[in-house]
Design a protein around this ligand. Structure first.
Ligand code: SF4
Ligand code: SF4
Length: 530
């Protein structure tokens, strides 16, 4: 069998991930109806979201259950196997490695060692601390501001800080060319977090101590636990303290068949001196497997003394598949607030409504909760931004389901034409429209109705389905059919602030429509729109 110079399983993963991202990016820039979620399965976002959830009982904006499950899987893989995300999946790691090979080819790449190496390794822990601190305190994913991957694939979207992201991209490209794995070793906050879980007993010890102190009433801010974890992991990294138990899989060298040719040491992307170790326990080893694949002596380098060079790839495939399936089977609430008497929670009724497009982040969820706190009889809310759903707890002896439903609704008056006069004659069409409910629907319906110059405005009021009155010029060419076709159109064009056009999918269904036999004057129309 042909001997690969690098791990072919890993290479397959790297090409597949980069290929998928290139495809998504090209489609994103060329297809205006394609809105990919580039971070849908980002485990780092998932872990930050989970921290935010534990500390604040709220989820960072745009976080999904899939990310949280992937975050948990990332931790399990690091603890049990190794930092496989870094070696097999991370696109920044792949790009850094490929750029590094270029630097190597031109003999311009250096490996930092000694005190400079030890000092620079602290940077990633500092960045991790800052990133998690701001995520937890703001419930916004702070890493989006500087994440070179996110900035590059989204074309520097509005969450990105241009200066921070350009600096990060420059660090990845220039740093990796001149210095071995500059980003991964010294800057990447996920690398720091991975090391904290790599030193699993340390993580368990400090987190257990923190939990015990909290249990006994000594409340210490979460941020001190994070600081302690960062400092302790950095110290262990500097001291090269071996992790005796975890991870369970390690690279082993058979000293009897090894010829000390040093090929494995030269091939290791992390510059670990593999040829001098019996078992590779270095914190930088991410089980990339390159050393095993270059070794000319059969089965000299192996995983836990057995061959099984394919094992990490299989573990990743199985766990990622499980993660995707579990991640899509439930949704973690973005916020969950209960202000009623907890002892009576079991007796509360619940009301759930989906499709509320204005429930789209932590801020809008909090505004919604604040609004519902003012409704008598409502005891709590949970929001799920992924599906734009709210769940409301209410006391059925104080408020009924219909009233809860009504309390979510915001009636509107939208004047498309203004300044009508007494002599203007205005017709009215009364409709009941399905799938129309939240403020976004008001905006979309306004865009739709503006397409017909005869339409003067509309009002909405709560009913099931919602009641809408559309005001038009008193003209025989505008009929019930015209209005129905307009409202039920499947898409409308929206002009964004950067002048790009976005197509919005619509799903309104006119259940009832009738033209009023009465007309009103232009002045009466003006009054109704006030
Ligand atoms: S490449 Fe294989 S034979 Fe050569 S030093 Fe490494 S383990 Fe020994
Ligand atoms: S020791 Fe082997 S498996 Fe670990 S990082 Fe180096 S080449 Fe990869």
């Amino acid at each position: 069998m042909k001997k690969f110079k690098i791990n072919p399983y890993r290479l397959f993963f790297q090409f597949a991930i980069i290929g998928l991202l290139v495809y998504m990016s090209i489609r994103y820039y060329t297809d205006k109806n394609y809105f990919p979620d580039f971070e849908a399965y980002c485990p780092f976002g998932g872990i930050q979201a989970l921290s935010s959830y534990f500390v604040n009982n709220s989820l960072a904006c745009s976080m999904t259950s899939a990310q949280i499950v992937m975050g948990i899987i990332l931790i399990a893989v690091i603890v049990l196997v190794s930092k496989l995300f870094c070696s097999f999946i991370c696109p920044i790691g792949t790009i850094s490695e490929w750029i590094g090979r270029l630097g190597e080819k031109y003999k311009m790449r250096y490996t930092i060692s000694g005190i400079a190496d030890r000092g620079l390794r602290s940077l990633k822990y500092i960045l991790l601390f800052i990133t998690v601190y701001f995520t937890v305190t703001s419930s916004e994913l702070f890493c989006k501001k500087f994440d070179p991957y996110y900035a590059a694939v989204t074309g520097f979207d509005s969450d990105v800080s241009i200066i921070m992201a350009i600096s990060a991209i420059a660090l990845v490209i220039i740093g990796s060319f001149y210095i071995r794995l500059f980003w991964c070793r010294y800057v990447c906050p996920l690398g720091a977090l991975s090391n904290i879980f790599r030193f699993f007993l340390l993580f368990i010890g400090l987190t257990g101590l923190y939990t015990a102190l909290t249990y006994f009433g000594i409340n210490i801010r979460f941020i001190w636990l994070l600081a302690a974890l960062c400092i302790a992991a950095y110290a262990l990294e500097l001291l090269s303290i071996d992790n005796k138990v975890f991870p369970f899989l390690k690279i082993t060298r058979n000293t009897e068949t090894c010829t000390s040719c040093q090929i494995c040491t030269r091939a290791c992307p992390q510059a670990i001196d593999v040829a001098s170790q019996k078992t590779v326990k270095h914190v930088d080893c991410n089980m990339c497997g390159d050393c095993m694949h270059v070794c000319p002596e059969k089965d000299t380098l192996a995983i836990n003394k057995k061959g099984k060079q394919w094992l990490p790839a299989i573990i990743l495939v199985v766990l990622i598949t499980i993660g995707i399936i579990i991640g899509q089977s439930f949704e973690v609430p973005t916020i969950s607030q209960y202000w009623g008497d907890m002892t009576t929670k079991d007796q509360m009724s619940t009301y759930e409504q989906s499709g509320l497009k204005n429930i789209k982040c932590f801020g809008s969820s909090s505004s919604f909760a604040n609004k519902m706190r003012k409704v008598k009889g409502v005891a709590g809310v949970s929001t799920y931004v992924g599906t734009h759903t709210v769940k409301i707890w209410f006391n059925p002896s104080e408020i009924d389901t219909l009233s809860v439903h009504k309390s979510i609704f915001v009636p509107v008056k939208v004047a498309i034409k203004k300044g009508l006069t007494e002599t203007d004659s205005v017709s009215m069409f009364n409709l009941k429209v399905d799938n129309f409910f939240d403020p976004y629907d008001t905006n979309y319906l306004t865009m739709v109705l503006k397409q017909n110059s005869m339409i003067l405005g509309f009002t909405s009021e709560f009913d099931c389905p919602v009641k809408i009155t559309i005001y038009t010029s008193n003209d025989s060419t505008i009929t019930e059919e015209t209005i129905k076709n307009l409202v039920e159109q499947k898409q409308v064009e929206k002009t964004n602030s950067d002048n790009s056009i976005q197509l919005i999918d619509l799903n309104y269904r006119v259940v009832i429509i009738e033209k009023s036999s009465q007309t009103i004057s232009g002045l009466e129309f003006n009054n109704r729109m006030k």
